[in-house]
Design a protein around this ligand. Structure first.
Ligand code: SAM
Length: 226
């Protein structure tokens, strides 16, 4: 289980190189994965959106581009990550907050997102429950997982085992990138995550879409089937 304080320190420490490393490690593909989440969130013409664990603000910023009239809020408990987000847009409300203790009213937001954040939350059940409390219509979660096909899974994790630590060495952030591999290998994906979302939110319709064979997953939780 991730521990909140070491996680916060880790992100405060890697904030300056986070955007660059994200592009290098995924060869820029994370942008396409995030686009799918934005499309899903934007379907019902939402007027307000909360981006939890916003980091350097990718999701909040892309959402605002597609929904320029929406009220967008981004929260993260790493002040250094959020500092970089703040420099990117004054139109978004950026706040240093913990997803397990959200200072918002019930149903304050139409939609809510968390992208590559939920894996890092120490009390995941509480984080999901808080996101559910403050959201009216839909929650979208983007997160790493394990490929469903065993051959793809073996190839993927072998590549991760050698490539990511190498990058970690080059950028002198070995601990952070070892953590990325370890946590992705263990994180519940597919139906297991769907069960967790159902258990901890008010949303009774939860579906998931494996992306690139299940390297990453998009979870969509709403009140009823579309
Ligand atoms: C891998 S980054 C993801 C950033 C961004 N959402 C993206 O997709 O690039 C994970 C973020 O989760 C944040 N985080 C982890 N636990 C948190 C918590 N309990 N409350 C708020 N933020 C948290 C970290 O500070 C970090 O910025």
């Amino acid at each position: 289980m991730p521990q909140a304080e070491p996680i916060r320190n880790m992100f405060n420490n890697i904030a300056g190189s986070y955007d660059l490393l994200n592009d290098l490690l995924s060869l820029g593909i994370h942008r396409l994965w995030k686009k799918r989440l934005i499309n899903e969130l934007s379907q019902t013409n939402p007027q307000s959106m909360l981006d939890c664990a916003t980091g350097t603000g990718d999701i909040a910023l892309s959402f605002l581009k597609v929904n320029p009239h929406a009220k967008v809020t981004g929260i993260d408990f790493s002040a250094n990550m959020l500092e970089l987000a703040k420099e990117k847009s004054p139109k978004i409300q950026w706040r240093v907050e913990d997803v397990t203790k959200l200072p918002f009213q019930e149903n304050e937001f139409d939609v809510c997102a968390i992208s590559y954040g939920i894996r890092n939350v120490e009390n995941r059940a509480q984080g999901l429950s808080e996101m559910s409390r403050v959201t009216r219509d839909k929650i979208c979660i983007l997160e790493f997982g394990q490929p469903e096909n065993p051959i793809l899974k073996a190839i993927y994790f072998t590549l991760m085992k050698y490539f990511i630590p190498l990058m970690g060495k080059v950028f002198n952030k070995e601990g952070a990138y070892q953590y990325l591999i370890d946590s992705s290998m263990k994180f519940p994906s597919g139906e297991k995550m769907v069960a967790e979302i159902k258990q901890n939110t008010k949303f009774n319709f939860v579906e998931y879409k494996p992306i690139m064979g299940g390297i990453t997953y998009l979870y969509i939780a709403s009140r009823k089937e579309k």
